[in-house]
Design a protein around this ligand. Structure first.
Ligand code: SF4
Length: 875
């Protein structure tokens, strides 16, 4: 097949919304490049976007509708879904059913889901997994601005003089935004302050890192505002013209906001705090970016408003390079907000006021409008568990892993009379509870629009045909709606039909009352929709000092620092959860990429060495992390980047990839009172070492490893080039793993005295599997053995674990693009005396493509310099 012309589309991962050029190169292969003409990324992609081509295969795809474990035709499956929802509604009312949707859905999918539930079923029980990542930002925006408006744009990244990143590991979670920040710093000397309890890679090159006590953000921001007040930085003219100040606001700001009190509350040095204040004072063009560290908190909305207050009071909003900036986690969290995909909003940035409900009802010609907010995610699954919701449809998300207290969510789904799952993946942890599974279109097949963090609408375009019987989500929902009796209201033939209707609704009886108004596309033709260029629906919010409130003024919101609870008795640590650089959500897509998988091969619990020593933990141990909700196992990694008393675990691992590592089990189902967003960032926890008697790894060729996991205490699986790699550990009998070894000729070496077993299985004259197990010693590097999966001949030194005379161990992968490992980089820094990131790039290539690993390279250089200094001091 000759290479096709690249299709201009959009990355399906984070809310940066990078433009991608995707050229089909074979049946299911695609060449990926950044789109130089997309304003979000101007040709750059991070490691996840760069490796998109590795994720478009059909491994693990759901290709046919399934009723139970039986394949069914579309008609039969859709009839069943429509009938069961109708019967449930007829017997128990509209609030007995629910949709749980996703920021992965395209805007057109989201629109149909929202219309069906809120206008036709007559309930607002539709919520989205975006509830888990940014609903506090939504609530904060509405409180301050009167509408959910993100008040900055990516242009501001080029124009700011000071970047303040709060609760955001931008280098890992929004890498292209981080690269744009770094470019502005290099070009114009802009400064960077990172406020984060963890010393993440984002802090590596910062001018200042404030490792504040978790949950002390309101005190920090109120303290900053108090400092601004005393320093004469409050913009009185702007306040008079554009901002309502509640009574007693300034008294509230002054309470406990002197430098010493704030330093104590935030647990940072006063000098460091003053440095932050001085940087803020000196740079009117300040852009404050915030993300999950702010939103995923029990006082998340107050934290958002504390940030917004500072910007409003100092007039740093609506001006070039000056604004608070909520950066969203998911590719279409913003599109979901625009259609009203949250249970707490109605549609097109409208709420549930009676006249609004009537207006949307008129527009949709809706027979049964929801007239009050529905259940937010945590409450929704609680209602499922309590039997109040009897039928739920889950689309493009995996709540059995991602919800807090996910064990309870599993129990709820197991007891629910009717569960429908639409997904691209056949076997997710949530799909295991489904009565009906519906095969949805994946990235590369989908056709529609998404909105990124800066309100820019971009097209996702297909470059691959729909495989099997997969169908777009909007089509699936419209078919169910027709079968429920609403054929004419859901008579869409193409995504453009839905987009036009969405645009018309945004403008309907708007008259300037809502800033979200995309009337210019209300009559967009099909060719124009097909060729739509990325565009922003609001260029510079609030540039005229007007806000979408009845009096046109924004509002300062009185927020006080909540008491930060001391560790609970029996739960001396605080667990924080978050993302890895090279994985996305529950790894259903990024987990297919061998290059991405090797950045972090196992789920690690990161712990300060001081705490680790107290608990008798070493790097590489297995630890049980327990919280009041449940417990899970993790591999231990000590790290000075963690504050004492706090531990961090990733969110990505599921039952499909690991016997432990499920972080979703652990957080409490407690939520912010305004937004309903769970407080993932601070869960009382304890750790204990788990005794193991043997450690092993198993490498399997091909797809043999897709099926399950060996039955032992610790088992994780990742995709590697040519097959799968398992890391294993256990106690007692170790022969259970043998069941995973395929048939073939065996070469075996057993040393009972040292407790080692090494087995290679050869089939068709090639390596099919290799198992290395030890009870007392070390295991060899996996790199060379993995490479043997694709070697044309069987190497004679297989059971030595390496090529003759060569000890190849590059360590954990740092640069995914060029497969460069940590040990290789550390050795090169020492041997070739490399002093900066550019020199590493010249020597090894690392960091010269997508750039996602540059902060990690900077950290390795800093560590090496630190070691050299220590040696000199000792001399
Ligand atoms: Fe995709 Fe990376 Fe861009 Fe996010 S920063 S949209 S993950 S390429």
């Amino acid at each position: 097949m000759t290479e096709a012309v690249p299709v201009r589309t959009t990355c399906p991962y984070c809310g940066v919304g990078c433009g991608v050029l995707a050229a089909r190169t074979g049946d299911r292969t695609v060449a990926i490049a950044g789109d130089p003409d997309h304003p979000a990324n101007r040709g750059r992609l991070c490691s996840k976007g760069t490796q998109l081509g590795e994720t478009v295969g059909l491994s693990g795809r759901l290709l046919h509708p399934m009723i139970g474990e039986k394949r069914a035709g579309w008609d039969k499956a859709l009839d069943l879904v429509a009938r069961r929802f109708q019967e449930t509604i007829a017997r128990h009312g509209p609030d007995s059913v629910a949709f749980y949707v996703s920021g992965q859905l395209l805007t057109e999918d989201y629109y149909v889901a929202n219309k069906l539930m809120k206008g036709f079923i007559g309930s607002a029980n539709i919520d989205t997994n975006s509830r888990l990542c940014m609903s506090s930002a939504v609530a904060g925006h509405v409180r301050a601005f009167g509408e959910d408006i993100v008040s900055a744009s990516y242009d501001d990244l080029d124009e700011a003089d000071l970047f303040v990143l709060v609760g955001s590991n931008t280098a890992w979670c929004h890498p292209i935004v981080y690269q744009r920040i770094q470019a502005t710093r290099a070009a114009r000397g802009a400064r960077l302050v990172v406020i984060d309890p963890r010393r993440t890679e984002t802090c590596e090159d910062a001018d200042l890192h404030l490792p504040i006590r978790p949950g002390s953000d309101v005190a920090l921001m109120n303290g900053l505002l108090f400092h601004c007040l005393r320093a004469g930085l409050v913009d009185e003219a702007f306040l008079d013209a554009s901002v309502s100040v509640p009574q007693g606001f300034w008294d509230m700001i002054g309470q406990g906001s002197d430098l010493w009190s704030v330093a104590k509350t935030c647990d940072v040095a006063p000098e460091q705090l003053l440095r932050f204040y001085d940087l803020f004072a000196a740079n009117p063009r300040t852009l404050t970016l915030f993300s999950q560290g702010i939103n995923q908190a029990l006082r998340g909305t107050d934290q958002v408003n504390a940030i917004v207050n500072v910007h409003l009071a100092t007039g740093r909003i609506g001006k070039p390079g000056a604004a608070p900036f909520s950066i969203t986690g998911q590719p279409n969290a913003m599109g979901g907000r625009e259609v009203g995909g949250l249970a707490s909003t109605l549609a097109a940035h409208m709420d549930f006021a009676p006249d609004t409900v009537a207006r949307v009802g008129r527009f949709w010609s809706a027979p049964r409008m929801a007239n009050r907010p529905g259940l937010k995610a945590v409450d929704m699954f609680r209602a499922v568990g309590e039997g109040r919701i009897k039928a739920i449809w889950i689309m493009a998300t995996n709540p059995a892993v991602s919800m807090p207290d996910a064990g309870r969510v599993r129990e709820a789904l197991a007891a629910c009379p009717f569960v429908v799952v639409s997904d691209v993946v056949a076997d997710t942890d949530s799909a295991r509870f489904a009565h009906v599974r519906l095969p949805a279109a994946a990235w590369g097949e989908k056709d529609g629009t998404v909105t990124n963090s800066e309100r820019r609408i971009s097209r996702q375009r297909p470059m691959l045909p729909l495989p099997g019987e997969a169908r777009p989500d909007w089509w699936i929902m419209a078919e169910v709606a027709r079968r429920m009796g609403w054929a004419s209201a859901f008579n869409y033939e193409r995504p453009a039909d839905i987009y036009r209707e969405h645009a018309r609704l945004s403008a309907y009886e708007n008259r300037g009352t809502r800033l979200f108004d995309i009337a210019r596309h209300a009559a967009i033709g099909n060719p124009a929709y097909a060729g739509m260029e990325p565009w922003r629906w609001l260029e510079r919010p609030f540039a005229d000092g007007r806000f979408p409130t009845p009096d046109g003024k924004a509002r300062l919101v009185s927020v006080v620092q909540a008491v930060i609870a001391e560790p609970l008795r029996g739960w001396p640590l605080t667990l924080n959860t978050g993302r890895y650089r090279d994985q996305w959500h529950t790894m259903t897509r990024t987990g297919l990429s061998p290059k991405l998988a090797r950045h972090r091969e196992e789920p690690l619990v990161e712990i300060n060495p001081y705490d680790a020593e107290r608990l008798g933990l070493d790097d590489g141990d297995i630890a049980r992390v327990a919280t009041p909700q449940g417990e899970s196992l993790f591999r231990v990694a000590t790290s000075e980047a963690q504050r004492r008393g706090e531990v961090f675990a990733p969110i990505h691992w599921t039952d499909r990839q690991s016997t432990g590592g499920r972080a979703g089990l652990l957080p409490r189902p407690l939520t912010d009172p305004h937004s309903g967003q769970p407080g993932f960032k601070s869960t009382p926890a304890r750790l204990e070492k788990v005794a193991i008697e043997w450690r092993a790894f198993l490498i399997l060729r091909g797809e043999a490893g897709i099926g399950g996991l060996p039955d032992c205490l610790w088992a994780t699986r990742i995709t590697v080039t040519g097959g799968s790699l398992y890391e294993l550990a256990g106690i007692g009998e170790d022969k259970t793993i043998d069941a995973f070894l395929p048939a073939g000729d065996r070469i075996e070496a057993v040393d009972p005295a040292r407790g080692t077993r090494r087995i290679a299985v050869i089939r068709d004259d090639r390596l099919a599997a290799v198992l290395f197990l030890t009870r007392t010693g070390e295991l060899p590097s996996r790199d060379w053995l993995i490479a043997q999966l694709e070697a044309p001949q069987v190497a004679p030194t297989l059971l030595a674990g390496r090529a003759p005379g060569v000890a190849l161990d590059r360590g954990a992968i740092v640069c995914s693009c060029f497969d460069v490992g940590m040990k290789t980089i550390v050795a090169a820094i020492a041997e070739r005396q490399l002093v900066d990131v550019a020199a590493i790039g010249q020597a090894l290539g690392a960091g010269t493509n997508c750039g996602s690993c540059r902060p990690a390279l900077a950290r390795l250089l800093a560590d090496a310099a630190c070691s050299r200094e220590k040696i000199h001091a000792a001399e």
